[in-house]
Design a protein around this ligand. Structure first.
Ligand code: AGV
Ligand code: CA
Length: 313
């Protein structure tokens, strides 16, 4: 089978790790590197979980890059601390990692080197803010020619955002809001980019019904672990207001089941300052070209998850 070279940049929330699990199980994906953005996580926790998952999959040859750029608008500390529990789950707690962020190259160095040395153009999957990629491009613009496409879980185009905080009007999605300047910078390069925004992720919440089906196959070790990861998301804070969605998991699935998605070619832009900072919006005729996912075949998506998580690796 022909494999597709992929670099992942994640920011350490539970669904970022579920996405990493999916990538490790996708036979057609050649994962060249994993970069960590210290956004919806604390770096040390996220590094530990990343290492534990690569160890469990026997793929510790995959290089990890450490993000040193910090966004303008920090994630709430409560959210950042939550994924720490993942490292204590019975399947992961016994996997010793013992590494510090100082043992790794920076994300920018890793991304630049992997892109410049790849045999063919590489797909970049981002499940957090885009700061590492945007800064890598500024530092070494030659990498632009080595990017096949960018798939980015971010944005909210025709639906409300999910940033509810002081001095903000609620129109932004968090991955853009964390560093809107980098989002704007990334768009200006006009590389092929596919947004998987809230418009489409709102269709796919984490449901008890899905988790029950997944539990029926818990004799598969990855399905069992994934079920435990998702269970930690059900009391998402504040529970009365938010639902945890398949945000990053949906974006990652695009690599395997693009036919399940409805894409629209649009011109877009992003607000970098003020009460709408991080808002992504349509700007016909004078915006940046992008593809935006607007709908997904839900059954195909949930069925795909059940199937891929039954894979042994
Ligand atoms: O906005 C969605 C992004 C996704 O990349 N993240 C979570 C996913 O990893 C931020 C986010 C929005 N609401 C959240 C988030 C919540 N209630 N808890 C944690 N993170
Ligand atoms: Ca994320």
């Amino acid at each position: 089978m022909r494999t597709k070279p992929v670099i992942m940049d994640h920011d350490g929330s539970a669904d970022d790790f579920l996405s990493l699990i999916l990538l490790l199980l996708m036979r057609h994906v050649d994962l060249l590197g994993v970069s960590i953005t210290p956004a919806d996580c604390y770096l040390e926790n996220a590094l530990e979980t990343t290492l534990k998952l690569l160890t469990k999959a026997k793929r510790t040859n995959i290089e990890i890059g450490i993000g040193h750029v910090h966004g303008i608008n920090a994630f709430p500390a409560d959210w950042r601390a939550r994924p720490k529990v993942l490292n204590a789950l019975p399947d992961l707690i016994g996997i010793d990692t013992n590494s510090s962020p100082l043992d790794f190259r920076t994300s920018q160095e890793m991304i630049i080197e992997k892109l410049l040395t790849a045999q063919e153009a590489v797909t970049v999957l981002m499940t957090g803010p885009c700061s590492n990629l945007a800064h890598a491009i500024e530092r070494e613009p030659k990498i632009l020619n080595h990017i096949a496409e960018v798939i980015w879980m971010s944005g909210a185009f025709d639906v409300p955002g999910n940033v509810l905080t002081y001095n903000h009007d609620g129109t932004a999605e968090w991955n853009v809001f964390w560093d809107p300047i980098s989002a704007k910078s990334l768009l200006t390069h006009q590389i092929p980019i596919i947004f998987i925004p809230l418009d489409v992720t709102n269709h796919v919440p984490v449901t008890i019904d899905f988790l029950k089906k997944l539990a029926n196959q818990s004799s598969d070790s990855w399905a069992n672990l994934a079920g435990q990861f998702w269970a930690t998301t059900l009391d998402t804070i504040p529970a009365y207001e938010y639902t945890y969605f398949m945000w990053d998991v949906l974006a990652t699935s695009f690599l395997s089941i693009p036919e399940a998605f409805t894409l629209e070619e649009v011109e877009v832009d992003v607000v970098t300052q003020g009460a709408s900072a991080g808002r992504t919006y349509r700007k016909a005729n004078s915006g940046y070209h992008a593809k935006v996912a607007t709908d997904v075949n839900k059954k195909l998506f949930y069925d795909y998850l059940l199937e891929v998580l039954s894979t042994a690796c």
